[in-house]
Design a protein. Structure first.
Length: 299
């Protein structure tokens, strides 16, 4: 019996050893296979359908996070790789943008998001060379090329939320390589309630963009108007039980010229902003607190 048992154990060990040798041989053979990557394709992250706001486009940017401060979509702080709100912001055609009313960087602009190419993040030397003004980095916005045609979009959702957008453009091409184009944009957004406090929103926006380019130069001019009225109960640290509302009007005009330079490309840009803000809150004794202010800024 012992002889038979020993023979059986020896047979099992030999089988396992053979399997191990076979596995090692297969592993060694697989390690000799070489894989070469000759191309790569990166697809943009699909975003939910909605109005063309900056926040919906910024959410897909690597290293960018948005700190929502309550209220409409545009009221958020930009953070780049964990930076504070005071060190990051938007760069509009190489000009640092700051909210006219507060130190916080509002990601909403009077000039419609539909006028710009896909946003990109500038950090380090790129930030210093192309968009100085925000120490931690910038989300850079550059004008796209106007396209001919008319487009209309609309949507709706819960709590009375609905929005409408319309854009029209044309392009003229002259002899000598001169190409000129223009487009106009208008939008409206409304919601009966957009947060837990039951605050509502009514926002209108419009703007136009003109572009001319030929050979080694390109000139862009754009103007936009944004006006929004919204309930502000619970904003700015106030109790949500107190009724409050706010109205913001914001205008902007930007002019930019880019041209060839002996060592590369150069540009000159100017940005003007004007805004007004009215905040009202009903006090517990039925009194009314009201705060109004307006600003103008040229960069």
């Amino acid at each position: 019996m012992r002889t038979e048992a020993s023979a059986a154990i020896a047979g099992i060990c030999a089988a396992l050893l053979g399997a191990g040798i076979c596995c090692r041989g297969q592993t060694a053979a697989s390690e000799e296979t070489e894989i070469s990557v000759v191309d790569s394709r990166i697809r943009p992250l699909p975003l939910p359908e909605g109005p063309a706001t900056f926040s919906s486009r910024f959410q897909a940017l690597r290293g960018v996070s948005l700190g929502m401060q309550g209220g409409p979509d545009g009221q958020a702080d930009i953070s780049i790789r964990g930076s504070s709100f005071s060190e990051a912001g938007i760069s509009l055609e190489g000009t640092a943008v700051r909210n006219p009313q507060t130190e916080h960087f509002n990601i909403e602009l009077p000039i419609p998001a539909a006028f710009f190419d896909e946003p990109r993040v500038l950090e380090g030397m790129e930030e210093i060379l192309f968009a100085p003004g925000h120490p931690a980095g910038s989300v850079a916005l550059d004008f796209g090329k106007p396209e001919p045609g008319v487009s209309c979009r609309a949507g709706f959702g819960e709590s009375g939320w609905n929005w409408q957008e319309a854009q029209a453009g044309f392009v003229l091409q002259r002899r000598g390589g001169l190409v000129a184009g223009a487009r106009a944009f208008a939008a409206r957004e409304f919601a009966e309630s957009f947060d837990e406090a039951g605050n509502g929103l009514d926002r209108i926006q419009g703007g136009c963009h003109v572009q001319a380019r030929a050979g080694d130069w390109q000139t862009d001019a754009a103007a936009g108007h944004l006006e929004k009225t919204f309930d502000a109960s619970g904003f700015y640290g106030a109790p949500s039980e107190l009724q409050a509302d706010e109205r913001i009007a914001w205008d902007a005009v930007v002019l930019r010229h880019e041209f060839d330079f002996p060592d590369g490309r150069a540009y000159a840009a100017v940005l003007w902003q004007g805004s007004s803000d009215r905040y009202r809150m009903r006090l517990p004794d039925n009194g009314l607190y009201e705060n109004r202010h307006s600003t103008e800024r040229t960069a």
